[in-house]
Design a protein around this ligand. Structure first.
Ligand code: CO8
Length: 258
């Protein structure tokens, strides 16, 4: 029995599988989804037995956006005063990786939520879009920034100005998703990929994630320097000694996370 109202959380070995579960609203993101997700991800990040998370939705929808019914009556004072949905940024502070496994609609806040994850695996049924303009608003959870960084200005601008959706193949060509898998295999494939990541030395996983993320926050020379410092730092870990010894001795590494 899940302790959460709007998500299901399951541990598959070292992988935490989080499934958005508001089928009646195509997994639209309301305040309860945010609270549930943040609590589940904090528990995941703090649990040493867990190495990688998968965030998924249903076959029909990863998430069809922020909950329009919850937002419709809100005015500027409430939205600005409560810094509405800024809590989602906390998700990007999770130190262990999160894979978004997207089937069906990932629209508006749903697309933005997927883009906050470390990478997106797409089912062949996935459809991505930022249709907020059709509601006379705009992306508010980072879509204008992360989509532009992922697919470039021309495609991002066309998508936010027209609200058109992009299918899985176009998304892969554009660099928004890492791979496309058949819809029926999506969750298993994502869990398998997450299991591979969870099998790596934990400090190396955190460092690799952190340095790729730095590419979005800094210029090239500072980014390369940041990478090199983290690379040097990993030579202070027991797992580096073990990893290189294991290679030389032709055996798998046995990690201590130290
Ligand atoms: N919010 C609330 N309810 C929704 C949402 C949503 N985003 N999307 C779907 N639903 C509900 C529908 O109202 C419907 O409920 P009901 O059965 O009670 O009428 C149920 O889900 C099923 O939806 P449909 O009947 O519409 O299903 P279809 O298969 O016909 O259509 C679509 C599927 C195309 C996905 C369609 O539902 C749709 O266009 N949905 C809205 C997509 C959208 O506009 N998303 C952007 C929302 S705005 C946003 O995300 C802003 C993000 C930034 C917020 C940050 C603030 C700071």
């Amino acid at each position: 029995m899940s302790q959460y109202e709007t998500i299901l959380v399951e541990q598959r070995g070292p992988v935490t599988l989080i499934t958005l579960n508001r089928p009646q609203a195509l997994n639209a993101l309301n305040a309860q989804v945010l609270a549930d997700l943040l609590a589940a991800l904090a528990a995941f990040d703090a649990d040493d037995s867990q190495g990688c998370a998968v965030l998924t939705g249903s076959e029909k929808a990863f998430a069809a956006g922020a909950d329009i019914k919850e937002m419709q009556a809100q005015g500027f004072a409430e939205m600005y005063g409560t810094n509405h949905f800024s809590g989602y940024e906390t998700l990007t502070k999770t130190r262990k990786p999160i894979i978004a496994a997207v089937a069906g609609f990932a629209l508006g806040g749903g697309c933005e939520l997927a883009m906050m994850c470390d990478f997106i695996l797409a089912a062949d049924t996935a459809k991505f879009g930022q249709p907020e303009i059709k509601l006379a608003v705009a992306p508010g959870m980072g879509g204008s920034q992360r989509l532009t960084r992922a697919v470039g200005k021309a495609k991002a601008m066309e998508m936010v100005l027209t609200g058109r959706m992009m299918g899985a193949e176009e998304a892969e060509r554009a660099g928004l998703v890492s791979r496309i898998v058949p819809a029926a295999d999506l969750v298993e494939d994502a869990v398998k990929t997450a299991t591979t990541i969870a099998g790596m030395a934990p400090l190396a996983v955190k460092a690799n994630k952190e340095m790729v993320d730095a590419a979005f926050e800094t210029g090239l020379s500072m980014g390369v320097q940041f990478e090199r410092r983290l690379f040097h730092g990993l030579f202070g870990t027991a797992d580096q000694k073990e990893g290189m010894a294991a290679f030389i001795e032709k055996r798998p590494g046995a990690w201590t996370g130290k």
